[in-house]
Design a binder for this molecule. Structure first.
Ligand SMILES: C[C@H](O)[C@H](O)[C@H]1CNC2=NC(N)=NC(=O)C2=N1
Length: 125
């Protein structure tokens, strides 16, 4: 099987198709971005560290901007000077991991308690 063309800039049609599966992400000027809202600096740093790990494992690195209770993640492929499959693959993984709520899955893990003392990420759902 041929390798996926990882370094090709994607066409607008493909970008639109990829964004359809990432409803919280926006595209502008050759970047995809999303903001994660948190309850505190501690939650913000946990999101940053999680994204940091995934980026290093992927060897694909977003720009991050943070304040007390939010983190903006911005992805582009610098070497290609535009959006490639690498950006969407990492965005999907970040969504999966940062957005993971095991309490919604009915499995063994209860997830973060609802008590506001423990809340740290503001989930979309
Ligand atoms: C040398 C190294 O492979 C490159 O710098 C990689 C690392 N991370 C990267 N991250 C991003 N977002 N774009 C790149 O082109 C890129 N290139």
């Amino acid at each position: 099987m041929d390798a996926m063309p990882r370094d090709e800039v994607l066409s607008p049609d493909v970008i639109a198709a990829r964004l359809a599966d990432l409803p919280a992400w926006n595209e502008a000027d050759g970047w995809i971005t999303r903001t994660y809202r948190t309850n505190s600096w501690k939650g913000t740093l946990m999101v940053i560290n999680t994204v940091g790990h995934l980026a290093e494992a992927a060897w694909h690195h977003p720009d991050l901007t943070a304040s007390y209770a939010w983190v903006e993640v911005r992805l582009t492929t610098h070497s290609a000077k535009g959006l490639t499959e690498k950006d969407f693959a990492l965005a999907r993984k970040i969504e999966e991991v940062v957005g993971w709520q095991p309490g919604l899955e009915g499995g063994a893990l209860e997830g973060t308690p609802g008590d506001p003392r423990f809340a740290y990420i503001k989930y979309d759902r």
